[in-house]
Design a protein around this ligand. Structure first.
Ligand SMILES: C[S@@+](CC[C@H](N)C(=O)[O-])C[C@H]1O[C@@H](n2cnc3c(N)ncnc32)[C@H](O)[C@@H]1O
Length: 239
């Protein structure tokens, strides 16, 4: 069904990295249960995301693939009245974000430590006010193109859950992914690109901090692009 995922879709990325430290294991055991939630058992389209938080949030923003959580924890610190959902199946990344939550004491982050597509399917229509997809795995080989997160089906799902006027921010340092993203986005009528001049996509806006992958790209003089799209009132990319 358009706008939802088939839960049988496979996740191709890494779930585990180097052995976790004793402290990370302890934080995952003691802190993660209180800041995470289950999405698999929620019926499709039934999750009101503001109910995940212990206080009344002004809006809910979501990051897909937060890595070690640098960007998500920055945004949460800057916007204490917004609820943040972060999805990341890589447990070492989850441990990184849990450590940041523990150290900062922030109350406005909820983690889904698995494939974001489960959460996206569970979310109510027009329930997310901003969405971040930063340096998604590029899957540069043509035969792996179907694994790229930017795809017609995934964009249909994002379109369903985003509020009209909501921002979709996509960053990448991979030339194949840049071209792929622009080609996929240009097909759509439900998202419009906000850039008016080259500087708008060559430079990040001030509230778009450098992520780990952006820093890696910078260190090797690889340019990044910072793309912002607005969700329109239209429901579908189809004319
Ligand atoms: C290249 S890393 C970028 C991490 C971070 N966003 C950054 O810019 O530093 C891509 C991340 O997306 C995560 N990822 C890939 N597919 C995902 C999915 N379906 N749901 C949630 N996270 C996903 C991976 O586990 C990985 O941590």
């Amino acid at each position: 069904m358009a706008g939802y995922h088939d839960f049988k879709e496979k996740f191709y990325g890494r779930r585990k990295g180097p052995t976790l430290s004793q402290r990370q294991r302890r934080l995952l055991r003691d802190i993660l249960p209180s800041v995470s939630f289950q999405a698999e058992s929620i019926p499709r389209g039934a999750l009101s995301p503001e109910t995940l938080f212990d206080f009344q949030v002004k809006d809910v923003w979501l990051e897909i693939g937060f890595g070690k959580g640098e960007h998500l924890s920055f945004q949460a610190g800057q916007n204490s009245d917004i609820g943040f959902i972060g999805c990341e199946p890589f447990i070492n990344g989850v441990a990184g974000l849990v450590t940041k939550i523990h150290e900062s004491g922030c109350k406005n982050i909820r983690i889904y430590p698995d494939d974001a597509r489960h959460v996206l399917s569970a979310l109510k229509p027009a329930s997310i006010g901003r969405l971040f997809l930063l340096h998604p795995d590029p899957w540069p080989k043509a035969r792996h193109a179907k694994r790229r997160f930017v795809s017609e089906n995934n964009l249909d799902v994002l379109s369903r859950i985003m509020k009209p006027g909501a921002e979709l921010r996509i960053g990448t340092d991979h030339p194949t992914y840049m071209a792929w993203t622009m080609k996929e986005m240009q097909k759509r009528r439900d998202f419009i690109w906000t850039a008016e001049c080259a500087d708008d996509w060559r430079n990040p806006p001030p509230d778009w901090p450098e992520t780990r992958y952006a820093a890696k790209a910078k260190a090797s003089s690889t340019p990044c692009v910072y793309l912002t799209f607005l969700k329109t009132e239209r429901d579908s990319h189809k004319p």
